[in-house]
Design a protein around this ligand. Structure first.
Ligand SMILES: Cc1ncc(C[n+]2csc(CCOP(=O)(O)OP(=O)(O)O)c2C)c(N)n1
Ligand SMILES: CC(=O)[C@@H](O)[C@H](O)COP(=O)(O)O
Ligand SMILES: [Mg+2]
Length: 669
């Protein structure tokens, strides 16, 4: 067991160590990170890079009174280890375990829930301003990476902080990496900054020398500062931050605990906003993670000795099928372009970029810009595919509305990670995209039943003359054969997977296969089940929905999405557009009005009752309830919930009796 880490149960314990012991503590923390993340998976590279920085912060400041606001929060594991969560660290990102991001509910040292980047400065300046308004006394520090600093929101926070001149600190953790190599002017800007403290030291020594000159020293020092400004303007572009109203300090060696502690102690009581530029190395201390920082940003379980991932045999994942489909289509059509917001590998756009570098754009962590960039490109006749996770597209909602849909611009939104994502948890679930897109004029929205249909939908979306969005889940597909040629689907048309008379299961996207599996079980019980692949939620195949609503006793909608405003809502709306001689019995299955936390997808789906057993139970119970309300022959089912065939096994064919009025209202959901 470790010599130092084992004694640390709070930041106070960090302070009790001698400075010369801190490098050993850092080494022990790196061991703990490797030992845990090799089992649980997680953001290894980012956390290995902030070990000394986090130690220094807790050594100098008084958390939780002093507030650390981590941007994205994927690099907060060291913070968790030092704030009383060491014993639970092995539960990282596991079901019912520690979150992979900071969470207020988890610990008093976590002041801001995160997961989406760019929010830390806005939160920090607000916390600092609240402190001042309430005449309280504590330090506030935002810790933001160079990748997250490319988020527009980060600039909004910087801009306002510079205006307010609030006493706070922004620690810019610059490892020259986003998930992949960082991109954009800011990245170039930062990498120009001279490393090491040489420049800072020289400036301080000159200043002291000049001020020591009696009489004229002050004036010369003033002019030297002017000279310094000029030099900075040329060589040290920390100038950008100073022009925004920040005191710029750095760059500081982010792996030198002494230097970091000295730096934070020297700025701790400074007035106004200070930006400390820290230079770190992503993956520090684990060579493969240093050498391939993009690969090791989000590590799946691995063997520490060999640095190899424990690969689980599985079907091709949706992302790789998407990437290949993009490549195949782009070979035929040079107007197709791929756009990602700092997620080239996660979306598969990096694979597309290897084939078509000049038609591939990584805009940084800037989803809003990505959407507008796509829209304007489309107006010039290009066919942009904006590959943005369902959850991250939330960041660009008004751009989708205002800059694409209202102008009816043909942009394709390829929303990977739709549905339950698993270990990333609440902030990353793809559970809201149907609802947030379904209200938008001109938007066509679809979801494939498998990876083969996704290819057809991608082509359909690309050649649709207006905005189109397709959603598909994280991880492996069904392993179905891929049709050699992609075809365009008829927009707004669903697919009858199997016919049936008693109950219709109308499923959306990757819930079609689970619906088929439940249907097979119900058929074993003598229930005749129709299974519909809706394919489109907008425009919905209303004719198909109504046909089965009338021809069966009841209908169940299935989606891996919030039930509120999702696919089921669209079906309900369609069923009640026109008066009907009967009430429709419809059960909408999806995710209820709740926050869906982190954990293995199978466990999360089990809890949400959208796994096989949950679906089977819910649908069976619903069907029995319907039979009790309006007992009809159908397959000879009696109202008492027992299912038996008439003596000759024929299905009595009885018209659906009208529901009693008092049940009408209860028969809808
Ligand atoms: C709004 C948003 N878009 C995309 C992501 C995906 N993402 C997570 S971390 C990351 C890069 C972070 O880079 P940086 O801030 O430099 O941190 P590092 O991992 O290098 O320490 C990205 C793009 C996100 N979390 N939030
Ligand atoms: C922290 C962050 O937002 C990303 O690293 C995210 O965790 C990637 O998710 P995937 O692993 O699904 O690509
Ligand atoms: Mg970085």
């Amino acid at each position: 067991m470790s010599k130092f880490l084992q004694k640390i149960n709070s930041p106070q314990d960090v302070k009790s160590l001698n400075r010369e012991d801190l490098p050993d503590l850092a080494a022990e923390i790196r061991d703990a990170l490797l030992n845990t993340i090799s089992k649980t998976g997680g953001h290894l590279g980012s956390n290995m890079g902030v070990v000394e920085l986090t130690i220094a912060l807790h050594y100098v400041y008084e958390s939780p009174k002093d507030m650390f606001i981590w941007d994205v929060g994927h690099q907060s594991y060291v913070h968790k280890l030092l704030t009383g969560r060491k014993e639970r660290f092995h539960t990282l990102r596991q079901y019912d375990g520690l979150s992979g991001f900071t969470k207020r509910e988890e610990n008093e040292h976590d002041h801001w829930n995160c997961g989406h980047g760019g929010t830390s400065i806005s939160a920090a300046v607000a916390f600092a301003k609240a402190r001042d308004l309430k005449k309280e006394d504590y330090n506030v520090l935002a810790v933001i990476g160079d990748g997250s600093m490319t988020a527009g929101m980060a600039f909004e926070g910087l801009n306002h902080t510079g205006h307010l001149q609030t006493d706070m600190v922004v620690v810019l953790n610059d490892n020259e990496m986003s998930i992949s190599t960082n991109v954009g002017g800011m990245s170039a800007h930062l990498s120009q900054i001279m490393t090491g403290q040489v420049m800072t030291k020289i400036k301080r020594e000159i200043d002291q020398l000049l001020l020591a000159i009696p009489g004229i020293g002050k004036d010369i020092s003033h002019y030297a500062h002017k000279l310094d400004e000029a030099i900075k303007g040329v060589f040290i572009p920390g100038r950008l931050f100073e022009d925004l109203g920040f005191r710029y300090i750095g760059p500081v060696d982010g792996h030198n605990t002494e230097a970091l502690i000295d730096c934070f102690e020297s700025i701790k009581d400074l007035k106004g906003p200070t930006l400390v530029h820290v230079i770190t190395r992503k993956g520090k201390g684990y060579k493969v993670a240093e050498d391939e920082a993009d690969v090791w940003h989000g590590a799946s379980p691995f063997d520490i000795e060999t640095g190899t991932f424990h690969k689980k045999a599985s079907n091709p994942n949706y992302t790789s099928v998407f990437a290949q489909a993009m490549i195949d289509l782009a070979k035929e059509d040079e107007s197709i372009i791929g756009i990602t917001a700092a997620m080239p590998d996660g979306t598969g756009i990096s694979k597309f970029g290897k084939e078509f570098p000049e038609r591939t754009f990584d805009v940084g962590m800037a989803e809003q810009h990505a959407v507008d960039f796509a829209g304007a490109m489309a107006l010039k006749g290009l066919r942009p595919v904006a590959a943005i996770y369902s959850t991250f597209l939330q960041r660009a909602y008004d751009q989708v509305v205002h800059d694409v849909c209202l102008m009816n611009i043909p942009v394709v939104f390829a929303m990977d990670r739709a549905g339950i994502v698993g270990e990333d948890g609440a902030t990353h679930q793809g559970l809201y995209d149907i609802a947030y897109l379904r209200t938008l004029p001109n938007m066509v929205i679809m979801a494939p039943k498998d990876e083969n249909e996704m290819r057809h939908m991608l082509k359909t979306a690309i050649y649709h003359d207006g905005p189109a969005a397709l959603r598909y889940p994280r991880g492996a597909g069904l392993g179905v054969d891929l049709d050699p040629k992609m075809k365009e689907l008829e927009i707004g048309k669903g697919e009858v997977i199997q016919d049936g008379k008693d109950i219709a299961l109308i499923a959306y996207g990757h819930m079609v296969r689970p619906a088929e599996e439940v249907a097979a079980k119900l058929e074993e019980k003598g229930i005749s089940v129709a299974v519909i692949n809706a394919r489109f939620v907008k425009p919905l195949d209303e004719e198909l929905v109504l046909r089965y609503a009338h021809s069966t006793q009841c209908m169940v909608t299935l989606e891996e999405h919030s039930v509120q405003g999702g696919f089921g809502s669209a079906v309900l709306e369609a069923l009640h557009k026109e008066p009907s001689e009967r009430a429709f019995q419809v059960k909408c299955i999806g995710v209820g009005d709740l926050v869906v936390e982190h954990g293995a997808p199978a466990l999360v789906r089990r809890d949400l009752k959208i796994d096989h057993n949950g679906l089977l139970e819910t649908i069976s119970d619903f069907y029995d309830q319907v039979m009790e309300i309006s007992p009809v022959a159908g397959m000879g089912h009696q109202g008492n919930g027992n299912h038996n065939h008439s003596s000759n096994g024929n299905k009595e064919n009885v018209a659906n009796p009208p529901l009693r009025s008092d049940l009408r209202k209860s028969a809808i959901l």
